[in-house]
Design a protein around this ligand. Structure first.
Ligand SMILES: C[S@@+](CC[C@H](N)C(=O)[O-])C[C@H]1O[C@@H](n2cnc3c(N)ncnc32)[C@H](O)[C@@H]1O
Length: 259
């Protein structure tokens, strides 16, 4: 069953880790966030909203349609002064037009139907000032289908449960469709890049197991029963060459466009 972002039991699903250096580096290669007004749409628990604040943003507006996710983001960003939380839908956020320098959307559009994605891109365009940058980060079908390995632990999920590939293939964006959607709503200089983002380092296997058991940050695991997850955890444990200092990486695609 698809993840319910409003359910109390999914509290802290997108919380409990920090953006890693690889992510900061890639953002720095794209833009200078210092002094900018930034909206993090589909912010979840605000992991990346914090990161934008760390990068020197003038303001970060965290938008999400889920009260539970916004409560998590509030908890995660409580000491930061330049953060505003706003309940809103990525298709019509309610934020003023021409108010932002950067719109960031990570792991959002695979939760939005293919027909609605162009509305989402249009909303990002409406919010940006002229010259502002849209940064969309998500996993494509190609990113998802990379095999399981100690460097790509997520790949083991599909090795054990191949039927989940169909579920993923249906919701994951296609690179060219996104590029065309960006152009359709008026973005210029549309670019795409692939990158390997370090998600986190687990000191020991039980930390990784706990993350999977709680289905943290991986909505695909909501398609599995507790028993199936337990089997998957055993499989991963037997596949990894070392059960300490486990680095988990994920393959991502980033699309950028300029208004
Ligand atoms: C997979 S989580 C990603 C959270 C965060 N961006 C991150 O990368 O850690 C997707 C988030 O998008 C939100 N979301 C999904 N569809 C949305 C929509 N149409 N409008 C606003 N938020 C949405 C969910 O509530 C959830 O918090």
């Amino acid at each position: 069953m698809a993840i319910d972002f409003n359910a109390k039991e999914n509290r802290h699903t997108y919380l409990g880790r920090d953006a890693q250096q690889e992510w900061y580096d890639i953002i720095h290669s794209l833009t200078e966030p210092k002094g900018k007004d930034i909206a993090d749409i589909g912010c979840g628990g605000g992991i990346y909203s914090r990161a934008w604040a760390n990068l020197g943003a003038k303001s970060v507006t965290c938008v999400d349609f889920s009260d539970q996710m916004l409560a998590d983001a509030a908890e995660n960003t409580q000491e930061l002064k330049n953060i505003t939380l706003k309940k809103g839908n990525a298709l019509h956020t309610g934020l003023p037009a021409n108010s932002q320098d950067i719109i960031f959307e990570r792991a959002l559009i695979h939760h939005i139907s293919e027909e609605d994605r162009v509305i989402c891109f249009g909303e990002a365009n409406r919010l940006l000032r002229s010259g502002g940058m849209y940064i969309l980060q998500d996993r494509t079908v190609q990113d998802i289908n990379l095999p399981g390995s100690p460097e790509h632990i997520r790949g083991y999920i599909f090795e054990v449960y191949p039927h989940l590939r169909d579920f993923e293939n249906q919701r994951r964006p296609d690179t060219d469709n996104v590029i065309n959607g960006f152009k359709e709503v008026g973005f210029r200089h549309v670019n795409t890049l692939s990158f390997l983002e370090k998600r986190t380092t687990y000191n020991n296997f039980s930390q990784l197991a706990n993350d999977f058991r709680l289905r943290k940050g991986r909505s695909i695991l909501h398609e599995l029963s507790d028993k199936e997850i337990a089997y998957l955890i055993d499989y991963i444990e037997n596949s990894l060459p070392s059960l300490t200092n486990i680095v988990e990486n994920d393959y991502w695609t980033i699309w950028t466009g300029i208004k």
